[in-house]
Design a protein around this ligand. Structure first.
Ligand code: DX5
Ligand code: ZN
Length: 223
């Protein structure tokens, strides 16, 4: 098991004030965020609806930070170009949303974005073993996707460790992200298991002081 130095922090705007999203994005950027995480939900792949490419486009001028766009939609293929054009830097699709993840990931790269694959809690790490050459990001869901504010599933820690080993063996520069229930208590567990991107919604946006909330997610032992 390899633990990684300083993890990147990616606030999820799902927990932000939707009536002033532009300001909310700029505020976490100023507070030390590394990426902005945007959760796209279709009410079909997941039981919730959030926003689409128009919102991504509208937010783009509010920060220069990379936009990490998490597509919880099925199918994803018809919308990849729209999200790339809207300003997504990373486009992540769910392996469970099929049907041809390898092709979709190649398409994302051809559109000029970084391809990422997401695994729900029920999906084993080996599901991505044949995708290691076409992904730049692997995202482990530590809750079932669809809602913010859920409890971190500690059962996913061994999956994170196994994926870290797979990434090391691949020899490729692949980011390993975690999403769901990340707070000051669970962040160090995820980092110790091998995660190097921490996505957090409520732990940042429900906090009055975004800079303090972001700092609290960076494990003291890191660096
Ligand atoms: C859940 C989303 C997450 C969510 C995380 O489906 O993918 O990004 O916003 O929210 P918290 O950090 O509150 O669990
Ligand atoms: Zn997400």
């Amino acid at each position: 098991m390899t633990s990684v130095a300083r993890p990147l922090i990616a606030p999820s705007i799902l927990a932000a004030d939707f009536s002033r999203l532009g300001e909310e994005v700029a505020a976490v950027a100023k507070a030390g965020a590394d990426w902005i995480h945007l959760d796209v939900m279709d009410g079909h792949f997941v039981p919730n609806i959030s926003f689409g490419p128009q919102v991504v486009k509208a937010l783009r001028p509010h920060t220069t930070l990379p936009f990490d766009v998490h597509l919880m939609i099925e199918p994803a293929d018809p919308y990849l170009e729209a999200f790339a054009k809207a300003g997504a830097d990373n486009i992540l699709i769910h392996i469970e949303a099929g049907p041809h993840a390898h092709r979709s990931l190649q398409h994302i790269r051809a559109l000029g974005a970084k391809p990422g694959i997401v695994l729900c809690p029920a999906t084993p790490p080996e599901a991505v073993s044949e995708l290691m050459d076409v992904v730049d990001i692997i995202l482990v869901m530590t809750v079932n996707p669809g809602f913010g504010g859920q409890k971190f599933l500690t059962s996913q820690l061994s999956k994170i460790s196994r994926l870290r080993d797979m990434i090391t063996r691949s020899g490729r520069d692949i980011r390993l992200a975690v999403d769901g229930g990340i707070d000051a208590t669970t962040a160090p567990l995820a980092v110790k298991a091998g995660a190097d991107v921490l996505i957090a919604g409520s732990a940042i946006y429900a906090h009055a002081d975004y800079a303090a909330a972001i700092a609290a997610l960076k494990p003291q032992s890191a660096e």
